[in-house]
Design a protein around this ligand. Sequence first.
Ligand code: FES
Length: 191
Amino acid sequence: MNAHSDIKGRRSAKGGKKQSCVMSRRSFLLTSGIATATVMVTMNAGTASAAKMPAAVATYPRKKIAKLSQLKNDQPVEFSYPDEGAYSTNMLVKLGTQAGGGIGADRDVVAFNYTCTHQGGDMEGTYKGDTKSLGQCPLHLTTYDLTRHGIIIGGQAYQSLPQILLELDGDDIYAVGVFGLIYGRQDNLKA
Ligand code: FES
């Protein structure tokens, strides 16, 4: 299974009826790229010198970014993730309506990177509460749907907006990963 095969956002073969574009939480996590910090690998498997060795694997930090009880509908909160480097500014928002990857009792709290995937336009301040969207991008007018994993509503971009994976621990919200590649990076963990 890959990220795209499980997204229900396309028209069905019969009838052309549009479906909702929401991945299951399990699929979302499986395709998110979260890695464990350390894994054991077998070197020289099948030989007399076979041995298990620890292998370092890059992993996303777990960063506390807000308290759920302090969020207000349609009022974004800015935070940096996964580091303080280029294009790491994101927004956390309580949409007031259920969204793909949403956390909280209403599954309506999501977070996205602020940088347009097309050519890096800064979309800070462009959130629209009436349509639950981010944009238009000031450069070429792309708009992204925050209820459906940041897919493109319209404009010049051709990749969805990177979604920040969230976890809720009591009232604390943590950023724990990124779903999608941040603009300007070949690896989300290398600024
Ligand atoms: S940089 Fe955003 S649409 Fe081109």
